[in-house]
Design a protein. Structure first.
Length: 301
C-alpha cells in the first residue's frame, strides 16, 4: 500500500506558500502522493500547477473536484493544463458532492446523479484523451475540439461508495477515492464492488485510495473527541452513514487512526490487508511534535 498525504486540513487557513511547502515536504520525505479537496476559495488544480515547478516525482491528486458547478469541458482544460505543468503527475479525482451542498450552497437541483456522472465522464474523458468531444447527453454535453497541451492525459478517479457508483468507477475510471471508510467496509463493499466492475470491463485492477485522519498521540481519548466534533456532519450524510453502518461504528472518529505509533501502525496494516492500494493521511495533532510523530510514522512505517 502506497502512503501519501491529504493536505485538505490546511485549507481551513489557506496559504498558497504553505501548501506548496507542504507538498515539497511530502516529496522530500519519500511519500508517494499529495491530495487536496476542492473546497472553499482555493483551487486545488492551480495549487498543483504551482507546486509542479518545485517538485519532480510526487503524484498530485484532487480529492475531489465536485462536478455540479464546473462544466466538464472547463475541468478538462484545467486538468490538462495542470498535467502539463506537473510533467504528467496529476490525478483528477471527481465526485458528486452531496445534496445539501448542491441545493443549499450552489442553489442547483440535485437530480439523476448517476446519469449526471455518466454524462460528465462522457464529455470529460473524450476531451482528456483526444481533445475532441461529440458527446450529447441528458445532463452534460459538449461538441467541439481543440489542441491538447499535453499528449499524456491525467488519470481520472471517482469518489464512489454505493454499488452503482462503484460500478461506474470500475468500468470507466482508474479507481476510487474514499473518505470515512474503514477496513470492514473496504473488504465487504468497496474492494469487491470496484474490482468486479473493472474485471468485467477488461480494465486493469483499480486504485483504491483510503483517506482518514491520522493522529499519533498519548492523549487518544481527547483526540478522538476532537475528531468526533469536527467530523460530525459525515456521520449524518446518507452516503457516509451507510458506510459507517457497514463498519458498525457511531461516527468517523471510531475509524480514524488515533493513538500511539504502534496503534496507528496496526490500523494502517489492517487497511492494507482489507485491499486499499493507497492510504492518504489527514495529519492531526495537538502540537507540532505530535504532527511530526505522525509524519515520521508515515515515512518510516
Amino acid at each position: 500500500m502506497k502512503i501519501g498525504i491529504n493536505g485538505s486540513g490546511l485549507l481551513t487557513r489557506p496559504d498558497l506558500e504553505a501548501l506548496v511547502a507542504d507538498i515539497g515536504r511530502a516529496e522530500a520525505a519519500g511519500l508517494s502522493s499529495y491530495w487536496l479537496a476542492q473546497t472553499g476559495l482555493v483551487d486545488a488544480l492551480t495549487v498543483f500547477a504551482v507546486a509542479g515547478a518545485t517538485t519532480s516525482e510526487i503524484e498530485l491528486a484532487t480529492a475531489v473536484v465536485p462536478t455540479w458547478p464546473r462544466h466538464p469541458q472547463a475541468l478538462a482544460a484545467q486538468a490538462l493544463t495542470t498535467q502539463s505543468a506537473t510533467g504528467g503527475r496529476t490525478i483528477l479525482g471527481i465526485g458528486l458532492a452531496h445534496r445539501p451542498t448542491v441545493e443549499e450552497r450552489w442553489k442547483l437541483t440535485w437530480e439523476k446523479p448517476i446519469r449526471h456522472m455518466l454524462d460528465y465522464l462522457g464529455v470529460l474523458q473524450e476531451l482528456l484523451a483526444t481533445g475532441t468531444s461529440s458527446y450529447e447527453g441528458e445532463v452534460w454535453s459538449f461538441v467541439g475540439e481543440a489542441p491538447l497541451p499535453t499528449t499524456e492525459p491525467p488519470k481520472v478517479m471517482l469518489a464512489a461508495l454505493g454499488d452503482q457508483m462503484l460500478r461506474i468507477a470500475g468500468r470507466r475510471t482508474d479507481g476510487t477515492i474514499l473518505w470515512c471508510v474503514g477496513p470492514k467496509t473496504l473488504e465487504r463493499q468497496i474492494v469487491p464492488g470496484i474490482r468486479s466492475a473493472a474485471a468485467d470491463a477488461g480494465r486493469p485492477e483499480p486504485a483504491i485510495v483510503c483517506s482518514l485522519p491520522v493522529w499519533v498521540t498519548d492523549r487518544a481519548d481527547e483526540a478522538r473527541e476532537m475528531v468526533a466534533r469536527s467530523l460530525t456532519i459525515y456521520g449524518e450524510l446518507p452516503s457516509y452513514r451507510a458506510m459507517l453502518d457497514i463498519e458498525g461504528v457511531a461516527g468517523p472518529a471510531d475509524i480514524s487512526l488515533i493513538g500511539t505509533e504502534n496503534q496507528v501502525g496496526e490500523g494502517l496494516a489492517e487497511i492494507a490487508a482489507a485491499g486499499a492500494t493507497h492510504f492518504t493521511a489527514v495529519v492531526q495533532g495537538f502540537d507540532d511534535d505530535e504532527r511530526d510523530r505522525a509524519w515520521q510514522l508515515l515515512t518510516t512505517g
